[in-house]
Design a protein around this ligand. Structure first.
Ligand SMILES: Nc1ncnc2c1ncn2[C@@H]1O[C@H](COP(=O)(O)OP(=O)(O)OP(=O)(O)O)[C@@H](O)[C@H]1O
Ligand SMILES: [Mg+2]
Length: 261
């Protein structure tokens, strides 16, 4: 197993945000973690990257217990994170932001930079633009590109589709697929459960700090409980409204409140 959370609990003060969860991510997989606001998705990723301490359990990466390893060392070990929100350096250009992502590495970065520009054409055209002046979607691309510059073995993505227009959502998801095809393992947190489940190999459902389901992603797409709770479906109306029956329903639902970060 490349990444393994063993029965971990995480607290914010007295509040137990993760109540003993276990998650496994094998090399080469795309695993998604879905769940409502406040379920603990971001906390899970922050714990993996070392931003939150454990109160119980352990985190294993590449055969090593990294539970107490400092965050910057985890980056070197191969854990890359593109944080929730965007977290780009606004006063730096796209190119400079990407360079920051590679701060743990030495040597020539041209090839890596070209690879990122190959994935994100939009960034390639804007490589000398200040990241702070870019659109939300473009900043999301910068954040993902920056994480890739560290050549992670596993890429942690926290709601990469948040706030993006439907067309850009599609684009981000197919880029994630391409990143995985090129050999990077992906742990994806999403509220856009439909898209995430279509993309991922396996999925976990998180509810107020507990894993309530884990299964192949395609099984969860057909799971009535998951459909009702996370896919905005099967709540008594069998026919989708205003959508021709054979059109893929890829538009994000007017879902839960996304304003909380
Ligand atoms: N810095 C913090 N201090 C106190 N409580 C926090 C903090 N960060 C998160 N929490 C709490 O921990 C729980 C899990 O939060 P988390 O951000 O992991 O949820 P999430 O699943 O990512 O939600 P969302 O979909 O809204 O991003 C929530 O109840 C939240 O209020
Ligand atoms: Mg979150």
């Amino acid at each position: 197993m490349l990444l393994e959370l063993r029965d971990i609990s995480v607290h914010y003060g007295k509040i137990e945000a993760l109540k003993g969860i276990s998650v496994e991510v094998a090399e080469g997989e795309i695993v998604t973690l879905i769940g409502a606001n406040g379920a603990g998705k971001s906390t899970t990723l922050k714990t993996i990257s070392g931003l939150r301490p454990l109160s119980r359990g352990s985190v294993w990466f590449d055969g090593q217990d990294i539970s107490r390893m400092a965050g910057h060392k985890r980056v070197v070990a191969g854990i890359g994170q593109s944080p929730e929100g965007r977290g780009v350096f606004p006063g730096m250009t796209v190119r400079e932001n990407l360079m920051m992502g590679a701060y743990t590495r030495k040597g020539d970065l041209t090839k890596d930079m070209d690879e990122v520009f190959g994935l994100f054409e939009r960034l390639s055209e804007r490589r000398d633009q200040m990241a702070g002046t870019m659109s939300g979607g473009e900043q999301q691309m910068v954040a993902i590109g920056r994480a890739l510059m560290a050549r992670p073995k596993v890429l942690l993505l926290d709601e990469p589709s948040m706030g993006l227009a439907p067309m850009l959502v599609q684009q981000i998801f197919s880029i994630i697929e391409e990143i995985n095809r090129r050999g990077t393992t992906v742990l994806l947190v999403e509220q856009n459960a439909q898209q995430a489940l279509k993309l991922a190999h396996r999925a976990y459902v998180l509810e107020t700090g507990r894993i309530v389901k884990s299964a192949p992603a395609s099984d969860l797409l057909d799971d009535p409980e998951v459909r009702a709770a996370y896919l905005g479906g099967d709540l008594g109306d069998p026919e989708p409204q205003d959508v021709p029956p054979d059109e893929p329903q890829d538009r994000p639902e007017t879902g839960p409140d996304l304003s909380k970060g």
